[in-house]
Write a protein that binds this ligand. Structure first.
Ligand SMILES: *[C@@H]1O[C@H](CO)[C@@H](O)[C@H](O)[C@H]1NC(C)=O
Ligand SMILES: *[C@@H]1O[C@H](CO)[C@@H](O)[C@H](O)[C@H]1NC(C)=O
Ligand SMILES: *[C@@H]1O[C@H](CO)[C@@H](O)[C@H](O)[C@H]1NC(C)=O
Ligand SMILES: *[C@@H]1O[C@H](CO)[C@@H](O)[C@H](O)[C@H]1NC(C)=O
Length: 405
């Protein structure tokens, strides 16, 4: 009985339904101050707003370098970290200075910027549209973020830091949007010194795992039922949803195993690198919300295997978004900035075959680097217990190597 309740609540909670809102209260929003969290670790964080061409208000977080690193008389380039699906900038700060990437980069002398994709808890604003009532606000997928938002963000950072180019680190779809940007607006290639692509999603060539097959098979039904209720936002950050997970998945509960099983079957089974004690904390910050459109976009990427813009399955809607009736496919010959591809054998969402295919299409791949830990999964790029030793140390080395040349 409790189990059934859990599943039902989870299901309802995921789609921001009216009932859920009434019973369980407001979105988290500013409830947890990211400034305080970072300050408690001894770092200073500033918040910046960027308005994209489409009127979306996007929030960036910046951590200044702790010690200034100079390169031939000038400051080192900034590093931009872009979160993946359903993430937010604060996901990268949850474990502290010894473990988390932004702190390690700051200690090494880099100014670190973290961006938030439109529609998430920080970037859920627009100069004219109201996300609470306007369905147009939610009418976006990866294409819009890559084409309109990311260039505005990059230009803002370059302007503020008085630099010509920056280092780009994208996790999952965070990397995808940079590929989209540079294929459509090749002038942005020169603004990316080096793109460290952490499990980038582009061509999905691998066969889906059993659990993914299940999710994909119910997706069209769920999509339709959500759409018919006029809901356009999915998996928003909710205070009481996270409380529930906190309660159910804390140490010493039976449900913790269930939580783990659910998460790990989706991203890759790696019990050893996942600190289950932290699930309640993670659940406060993840998921952070996106559009139903984005979910459909990913469903299409994963089920068709082609790297194209999302098909709205409506010619006039496609025309509106892309000025063509057929969604554009992304010409990766245009993506000439240097890229290092990071992947793992334990990742269920992005496999070696997917990376090989991407590497074949990208003209300037500097390196394909496998994580030296077989069961490292999609989420481990952010939260593995040994993420520093297994990945971040190498990222820092790559940046250093790049600066020396
Ligand atoms: C700085 O760069 C210039 C031109 O790229 C080079 O000639 C010079 O030796 C460099 N200086 C140092 C201190 O590395
Ligand atoms: C897991 O997280 C808890 C709470 O922060 C921490 O005390 C513990 O050391 C972590 N475990 C490992 C193996 O890092
Ligand atoms: C297709 O999109 C247009 C423009 O958004 C909309 O007016 C129309 O109702 C849609 N047609 C169908 C069949 O959904
Ligand atoms: C992709 O871009 C390259 C270089 O810009 C060009 O030569 C090629 O014809 C394009 N391919 C397609 C299919 O448009």
């Amino acid at each position: 009985m409790r189990c059934l309740c859990f599943v039902l609540i989870l299901f309802r909670g995921c789609f921001g339904m009216g009932l859920w809102e009434t019973i369980f209260g407001p979105a988290l929003g500013d409830g947890i101050s990211i400034q305080n969290m970072v300050m408690n670790f001894g770092y200073k964080l500033t918040e910046h707003e960027v308005i994209s061409e489409t009127g979306n208000i996007l929030v960036l977080h910046k951590i200044r370098s702790k010690r200034r690193n100079f390169r031939n008389g000038s400051h080192t380039p900034a590093v931009l970290i872009q979160h993946g699906l359903l993430g937010a900038s604060d996901n990268w700060f949850l474990r502290g200075p010894e473990k988390d990437l932004p702190f390690l980069l700051s200690d090494a002398g880099y100014d670190v910027w973290l961006s938030n994709m439109r529609g998430n808890v920080y970037s859920r604003r627009h100069i004219t549209l109201n996300p609470d009532s306007s369905s147009s606000y939610w009418n976006f997928g990866l294409h819009e973020i890559g084409y309109y938002d990311l260039p505005a963000i990059i230009d803002y950072i370059l302007d503020k830091s008085e630099q010509e180019s920056l280092f780009y680190m994208g996790h999952s779809i965070g990397s995808t949007i940079a590929l989209i940007l540079c294929s459509l607006r090749p002038e942005y290639n020169k603004k990316i010194l080096l793109h460290l692509a952490l499990a980038p999603i582009a061509f999905v060539t691998h066969k889906p795992k059993m659990f993914h097959k299940m999710v994909f098979s119910v997706f069209p039904f769920v999509e339709q039922s959500v759409q018919s209720r006029n809901i356009h936002e999915v998996f928003p950050r909710r205070k009481y949803f996270s409380r529930l997970i906190e309660y159910l998945c804390q140490d010493g509960t039976y449900f913790q195993k269930l939580c783990l099983m659910f998460i790990l079957n989706f991203v890759g089974v790696d019990y050893d690198q996942f600190n289950a004690t932290l699930i309640p904390n993670f659940a406060k910050y993840y998921p952070a919300g996106t559009s139903l459109c984005m979910a459909s976009n990913l469903y299409q990427l994963f089920t068709t295997g082609i790297f194209t813009a999302m098909d709205f399955q409506n010619k006039s809607e496609n025309l509106l978004h892309y000025r063509t009736e057929i969604p554009p496919s992304y010409n990766l010959s245009n993506v000439v900035h240097p890229v290092t591809l990071h992947y793992s054998d334990g990742d269920y969402l992005v496999t070696k075959d997917d990376i090989d295919m991407l590497a074949e299409k990208l003209p300037n791949v500097k390196d394909k680097l496998k994580i030296p830990y077989p069961s490292f999964n999609h989420l481990d790029f952010m939260w593995a217990i040994n993420s520093k030793k297994l990945l971040y140390d190498q990222l820092l080395l790559l940046l250093n190597k790049y600066l020396e040349n």
